[in-house]
Design a protein around this ligand. Structure first.
Ligand SMILES: CC(C)(COP(=O)(O)OP(=O)(O)OC[C@H]1O[C@@H](n2cnc3c(N)ncnc32)[C@H](O)[C@@H]1OP(=O)(O)O)[C@@H](O)C(=O)NCCC(=O)NCCS
Length: 274
């Protein structure tokens, strides 16, 4: 006999991350009355993380001529038809909360981190692009860029567990690939050299850390667990586990960390608030 949908739901593993976000929101609503109605509208009134996220992002993406309600339909459709996005969202929230010493918890990531907002809007734009709805994907790219100062081509492929700290000034080109668990700071460019056509953007392998203002140019590979120092210009392949710095970037060492992008031991000042 087929089990009822209700029985199946009650046996499903609890969404612990969503529950943690709700608990944080309930505590904050009580502690700060000014934010209570905002926290209800953005978190506590929703049944799932997907619902809350689509509400929050749609409110940002909407504009005078294209209301948030329509944007919400697009986001809901992407989240519903590609559950991979929901899984990536959860990994991204954990990535920010675990790697940013200034991040107080999962709720703050969901509500306030614009690198995270840009990344999740990109995931929707990427899905839309894959459906052949190119003009809508470009509209989304433009809104993301206007809102968050993060310009990611909708065709760019980004893995899960990505942390884009601060966001401002990040530019990622059409044929770029960023694998799982990469961390990047503000002002990072994954761009073309201007001399190549077709597949012309960097391939950043898993667990890589890219410092603020670094430019990685051309169809070069940054190997797993490599670190790119702040302000570097990388125009050649970076071997796995290497640390490179300078213009043009040269090897300055090897990374002892097994997971530099996750551990974020990168000369980043752990002083909260920066
Ligand atoms: C690349 C990085 C991870 C290296 O960390 P590390 O392994 O601890 O390296 P060290 O600090 O010991 O420096 C090693 C050498 O590289 C040099 N170096 C470090 N970062 C450099 C940079 N961004 N550009 C040029 N040289 C750099 C150091 O001066 C030092 O040179 P020396 O041996 O001649 O004295 C780190 O410097 C970095 O750039 N992190 C990113 C931080 C960031 O983006 N912060 C923004 C916060 S908002």
């Amino acid at each position: 006999m087929a089990r009822s949908a209700k029985a199946a739901r009650s046996e499903a593993p609890a969404d612990w991350l969503w529950q943690a976000i709700r608990d944080e929101a309930a505590r904050e609503a009580q502690a700060e009355p000014v934010l209570a109605s905002f926290l209800h509208a953005t978190v506590l009134n929703h049944a799932t993380l997907e619902e809350a996220l689509s509400f929050h992002l749609a409110g940002k993406l909407g504009s005078e001529n294209l209301p948030g309600m329509l944007m919400r339909d697009v986001i809901d459709e992407a989240l519903h038809k590609n559950p991979e996005i929901g899984r990536a969202v959860r990994a991204d929230i954990q990535a920010v909360s675990e790697r940013d010493p200034a991040c107080p918890g999962y709720l703050a990531t969901l509500l306030y981190y614009k690198g995270f907002h840009a990344l999740e809007c990109h995931r929707v734009a990427h899905w839309v692009w894959g459906q052949g709805r190119r003009s809508l994907a470009r509209h989304l790219q433009n809104r993301i860029s206007e809102l968050f100062a993060v310009d990611i081509h909708p065709a760019a492929q980004l893995g899960s567990g990505i942390f884009i700290d601060h966001g401002t000034g990040v530019v990622i080109g059409e044929t770029a690939v960023v694998e799982d668990n990469v961390s990047m700071l503000h002002g990072v460019t994954l761009g073309g050299t201007g001399k190549e056509h077709g597949d012309r953007h960097p391939k950043v392998r898993s667990e890589v850390l890219i410092g603020a203002g670094a430019s990685i140019l051309g169809n070069v590979e940054v190997g797993c667990r490599a670190r790119v120092a702040a302000g570097s210009v990388v125009v050649r392949n970076v071997p796995a586990g290497c640390t490179v710095a300078g213009v043009p970037a040269a090897t300055i060492g090897h990374c002892d960390e097994a997971r530099p992008a996750r551990d974020m031991k990168a000369g980043i000042d752990p002083d909260p608030g920066i």
